[in-house]
Design a protein around this ligand. Structure first.
Ligand code: SF4
Length: 330
């Protein structure tokens, strides 16, 4: 349904007074079938959100191709972008800033319907009321303002607005991370149930591996603008092939009482995309880096079957893995 090929997104910036290009996304390819939920994970600054925003034309791409149902959508006219809004919508991290504080819930949810349909008056109100009911809110919320709602209720309103035009694809950018922990589970449960009921396709952006494991049938791991590993969620969690994926999984806290959070084995910070390392971008933090190779040559993409691929020389040469520990955690 969604086919992204060799997508690159650069932003012109000034670096120490000089013009420079910040490569937020670098040669990324991914595919989503109808009904897939693909989790995009990685640290802050890895380019996850930029991919989602670029697919929805909220920022421009530098090169590469994006196709929706076989139709090229990389470059669109204003009319083409309007048509795309009917088919693909985004749900943002912070529902507090996603809603206009001066607009009633009725006006906020009605906005896309007014722009894209002929519904008006009582028919419009009726439709917005139905949408609110779909997300578990009663019609009495129609005339309330955002400040009268809790964080979870606001995110439900955002979901209702995103669903108003019956989109096929939803890009969800950390949709629960700004909410109280007690509300997160309800919203995730709800997002999962509407995905199944309506056969929606999700691109689910998150830094939370447990959430991605619960929500997504496939996962792609990003590091410094590139996908370093992707595949079926259970397979990637049980047998991660890339040292970065393993490091992320090692950092997941253990649920048992009395166990302290594991120290992330990942040292240092993600390098600046303005000056990315040569060879494998992860070599500056990788404890398995092969001197003279990983720092010079970009690693090949190795196919482990069932759509599970990882970009690392260890996949080619046979892995000395920390697999048992990872399997325990997974
Ligand atoms: Fe580590 Fe080398 Fe694999 Fe990169 S290619 S993840 S540096 S072992």
């Amino acid at each position: 349904m969604l086919d992204v090929k060799n997508l690159t997104v650069g932003f012109p910036v000034r670096n120490r007074g000089e013009k420079a290009m910040l490569m937020a996304v670098n040669d990324v390819s991914l595919t989503l079938n109808k009904g897939d939920a693909l989790g995009l994970v990685g640290e802050s600054g890895s380019g996850k959100s930029t991919i989602g925003r670029t697919i929805l034309h909220l920022n421009p791409s530098t090169s590469g191709h994006i196709a929706l149902d076989g139709e090229e959508i990389t470059r669109l006219s204003a009319a083409g972008e309007r048509a795309l809004r009917k088919r693909a919508q985004m749900i943002f991290q912070d529902p507090h800033s996603a809603l206009n504080p001066r607009m009633t819930i009725l006006r906020s949810v009605a906005e896309p319907l007014v722009l894209h349909t002929r519904l008006r008056g009582s028919a419009l109100r009726e439709k917005v009321g139905e949408l609110l009911e779909t997300v578990g809110l009663q019609k009495q919320f129609l005339y309330r303002y955002p400040h009268e709602l809790s964080g979870g209720q606001k995110q439900r309103v955002c979901i209702a607005r995103a669903m108003a035009l019956n989109p096929e694809l939803l890009v969800l950018d950390e949709p629960t991370s700004a909410l109280d922990v007690s509300v997160q589970a309800q919203i995730l449960e709800f997002l999962k149930s509407i995905q199944q009921q309506k056969s929606l396709t999700y691109l689910f952006i998150s830094h939370n591996l447990a959430v991605v494991r619960y929500m997504c049938n496939r996962v792609a791991v990003m590091y410094l603008g590139k996908i370093v590993e992707q595949g079926p969620t259970e397979e990637v969690f049980k047998a991660p092939r890339h040292p970065y994926t393993k490091a992320l999984l090692e950092a997941v806290p253990l649920p048992e009482a009395g166990q302290s959070r594991r120290t992330a084995p990942l040292g240092g910070d993600i390098p600046s995309p303005l000056n990315p390392p040569t060879g494998c971008a992860f070599h500056t933090r990788c404890d398995k880096a092969i001197a003279g190779k990983c720092d010079r040559v970009p690693p090949p993409e190795v196919d482990f079957g069932h759509g599970h691929v990882a970009s690392c020389f260890l996949g080619v040469e046979g892995q000395g893995t920390t697999g048992e520990k990872i399997r325990e955690l997974a």
